[in-house]
Design a protein around this ligand. Structure first.
Ligand SMILES: Nc1ncnc2c1ncn2[C@@H]1O[C@H](COP(=O)(O)OP(=O)(O)OP(=O)(O)O)[C@@H](O)[C@H]1O
Length: 510
């Protein structure tokens, strides 16, 4: 067999107080699709960041095409032919898609492209990525931003493409499209290093899987010979509960209702909201399915109070108009919110976990205007312990946590005081399979304690598992809600592309 394209020899990375990678040996051949698996905090992102030149190893060696190299920056990695799509996007909000791509290309690469705009359009069409070159990034949904990142790598001549959970916000059809591209790239000789918590994807796409545990390689397997469950067992051991079925519930008490909720798009490329009617009942989980970019962000902003442009009486809280109330006033009523964007919106990156706890629990943690630090420390520690958040302690900065661990922390913080309504976007995005089960149980327990819960997710299996009612959002329209036991995956698939619009009246009246 040929020499590997990339080899890691005893590669370690130590952060203050944390050994994130411990003597990792790993190789990948040209054309190979290698999965890198492991629980939240296992060290996957840290490892690939060393390959991409973001982090420098504390010890060990990297061999590229059989020669030892020091990859001192992402620029150097790109020049060598290594591309990476990050879990947290590294795009400039105030620039267009084309400008962002241009910034990521070195001069030599740019000189070889006659017309960048045309190239973007062609690549985008070729790979079904649907990204328009003139759109500003701040107007893109999370799914679209991720597609921009993928496109940016594909425009360069990549020999190794690293993808850190690339499919978490893509719709099923888009995932199929991406996999076709990845298979095509692999056949063309491009190596692919693929981090995912979605084990079904790993068994269908990857040629080999390496499992990390506590920063060390703990095993490897041929995913095509395994099932998602057997791989999960390799990752988390035998005792973790991986999935359950939950009895469906139906709630009586109406907590939040939208009545003809309309909202103009918040940016020129948005779709806004159109005549949205929704009932969120206590003791019930309401799931909203849909492809990213169909108005989910507008809806979440309108319901959480981040956007107060909607008519006051179009959002009712137990019969009182609240459309004009800001997020703080809605929180005071008992609304909690887990946004899609964990770092930046869900938590302030440079603040510690304690400070981030204070942000949404200020009322219970202050007396006469003074912060009760002892109480704050206790609360943050209990969130860390109860939700198995892997970090040093409550004084760790939010940005130092792995993606999944930060999500577990935010979920814990928001559910701590049994909100009357929890609005939750992508609750298990980036979370490992064991932690995802724990979050599902947490949501069900909250429901059973009487809270109303809205879950916005693109993971249809997840919605079918935990929700009591499901509706679909398409271009700012929300379909009628259907009891989960009467809903089918086929129907959701049909509605996701707007299939409910023509039958809307009949469905509502049914
Ligand atoms: N800049 C940093 N400073 C301090 N600790 C860090 C830093 N980056 C990562 N860590 C720690 O290193 C460990 C490994 O984190 P890493 O992000 O590599 O995990 P991961 O396997 O990618 O997890 P996830 O699946 O949640 O994304 C974690 O304990 C994390 O808190």
């Amino acid at each position: 067999m040929d020499k590997p394209l990339l080899e890691l020899w005893n590669l370690s990375k130590v952060f203050p107080g944390v050994v994130a990678n411990d003597k990792v040996n790993l190789h990948i051949h040209a054309g190979e699709i290698l999965a890198l698996l492991g629980e939240n905090g296992a060290g996957k992102s840290t490892l690939v960041k060393m390959i991409y030149g973001v982090n420098q190893p504390s010890e060990g060696a990297i061999l590229w095409q059989d020669r030892e190299v020091t990859i001192s920056s992402p620029n150097q990695a790109r020049a060598m032919g290594i591309g990476m799509v990050f879990q947290h996007f590294s795009v400039f909000e105030t620039l267009t898609v084309q400008e962002n791509i241009e910034l990521g290309l070195d001069k030599e690469c740019l000189d070889n492209i006659d017309d960048l705009k045309q190239t973007i359009i062609e690549k985008s069409q070729q790979y079904g990525l649907h990204v328009e070159p003139d759109r500003y990034v701040h107007s893109l949904s999370i799914g679209e931003r991720q597609r921009l990142e993928i496109l940016r790598c594909l425009i360069q001549d990549v020999k190794l493409l690293i993808l850190d959970e690339p499919t978490s916000v893509l719709a099923p059809q888009e995932i199929e499209g991406l996999f076709a591209i990845l298979n095509q790239l692999s056949q063309e000789g491009c190596a692919i290093l693929f981090i995912s918590h979605k084990l079904k994807e790993v068994t269908s796409l990857c040629h080999r899987a390496v499992i990390l545990r506590g920063g060390k390689v703990s095993g490897q397997c041929d995913p095509k010979q395994e099932t998602p469950t057997s791989i999960a067992r390799l990752m988390v051991g035998e005792d973790t509960v991986l999935s359950e079925t939950y009895p469906k519930a139906s709630g009586e008490e109406l907590v939040l209702q939208t009545l003809d909720l309309n909202l103009a798009p918040s940016h020129p490329f948005g779709c806004g909201l159109k005549q949205v009617y929704m009932n969120l009942n206590g003791g019930e989980i309401f799931g909203l399915a849909g492809v990213a970019g169909n108005g989910q962000e507008d809806l979440l902003a309108a319901l959480s109070g981040e956007d107060t442009r909607s008519a006051a009486d179009s959002i009712q809280w137990q019969g009182t108009a609240i459309g004009h109330l800001d997020a703080g006033k809605r929180r005071a009523l008992g609304l909690a919110y887990v946004p899609a964007n964990r770092l930046g919106q869900g938590a302030v990156p440079d603040m510690t976990l304690e400070e981030n706890t204070l942000l949404t629990h200020a009322k219970s943690l202050t007396r006469k205007g003074f912060i009760q630090f002892a109480k704050l420390g206790e609360l943050a520690s209990s969130l860390i312990q109860n939700h198995d958040v892997k970090c040093r302690n409550g004084r760790s900065q939010a940005k130092s946590l792995s993606g999944g661990n930060l999500q577990k922390f935010i979920m814990g913080r928001e559910t701590k005081h049994h909100p009357k309504l929890l609005i939750c976007a992508h609750p298990t995005w980036g979370v490992d399979i064991g932690a995802a089960s724990a979050i599902h149980r947490q949501l069900i327990a909250l429901r059973d304690a009487g809270s109303a819960i809205l879950v916005v997710s693109e993971d249809i299996d997840e919605l079918m598992m935990i929700c009591d009612q499901i509706a679909v959002i398409y271009e700012g329209h929300v379909s009628p809600a259907v009891k989960t036991q009467d809903m089918t995956i086929e129907r959701i698939g049909h509605w996701i592309t707007g299939g409910f619009l023509t039958h809307n009246k009949e469905a509502v009246n049914a």
